[in-house]
Design a protein around this ligand. Sequence first.
Ligand code: ADP
Length: 344
Amino acid sequence: MSLPVDRKTDAPVAVGDQDVVLRADDLARGYSVGSFPRRNRVSAVDGVSLGLRRGEVLGIVGESGCGKSTLARMLVGLERPDRGRLVYRGDDVTAGRRRDRQRLRDGVQMIFQDPYASLDPRMTVLDIIAEPLAATGSGTRAERRDRVAELLGLVGLSTEMMSRFPHQFSGGQRQRIGIARALALHPDVLVCDEPVSALDVSVQAQVINLLSDLQRRLGVTIVFIAHDLSVVRHIADRVAVMYLGRIAEIGDTDTIYNSPAHPYTQALLSAAPPSERSNRGRLADRRILAGEPPSPVNPPSGCRFNPRCWMSQDICHHNTPLLREIDTNRHTACHFAEEALRRA
Ligand code: ADP
């Protein structure tokens, strides 16, 4: 039996609303899978709350299937949440009004993992990047062309490339074209879902540096989703660690990497190569994650990590831990976070 939880209190960031450009309150999204009589409901995201501060880079990490992409699609308005709400620049944009949804789509843009699949092969670079401008009726054709030239410069591509087609570019260059298109409408937020996973290792750093540079130059907020912990450490100001559809821990990057408090974060970092673990040599006593994550079709009650947790006690089976402030720089959803921190 899981005890009822007051999700309204599950708010991980204690910052003034004026600092928060996009806020997720208790977002949840499930999918129906299988067919009758074996129809099941996958709980992909279950009660995620977070506030994106203007100009920050928030990394989101977690094992495959923990709900990162589902959360990303909800943040950009590509999918409607089953529960909870999104507040963009102070307005609830989940209420279903067309105008609000459009505002969210213009102001919060997505960078996809696969730069090969996300660009229309029949369109020129000019048309691809100008598409959001044309769709919103911004400027004349000549003005749109000028803006495309400016955007190409911003992402480090030459304006001569405007008349070419996507197949004439490398993976890294295509991802730059995708970034230019995403920036066309001066968005507040870029949600980057595994933006470098499909690229050669040699090119990954260039695209990450570009995003970092854009964040500094334009003040754009970036959500950076990755399974590679070292990449996130490099770029993110804060990190959210997801497990089976929920946030296990969220806080400043250095705090999370140097002294993780959630047993799952400890295990995740312990499994990573030494360069991604703490500077201070903690976690020398490696935590090995036993087994696979449980199915999101029938997730464990209480703390979803309890079947794999070495600190699990009775309360963890029955009582869902809320994200709570463990120290000034982080919130952790574990009944025994302080003890886990001491024992790390
Ligand atoms: P991640 O990005 O962390 O790998 P996802 O958000 O892609 O996780 O998936 C979370 C869970 O939701 C997984 O169990 C996945 O199989 C399921 N899921 C995601 N999208 C769909 C969908 N369109 N239909 C059915 N199940 C889905």
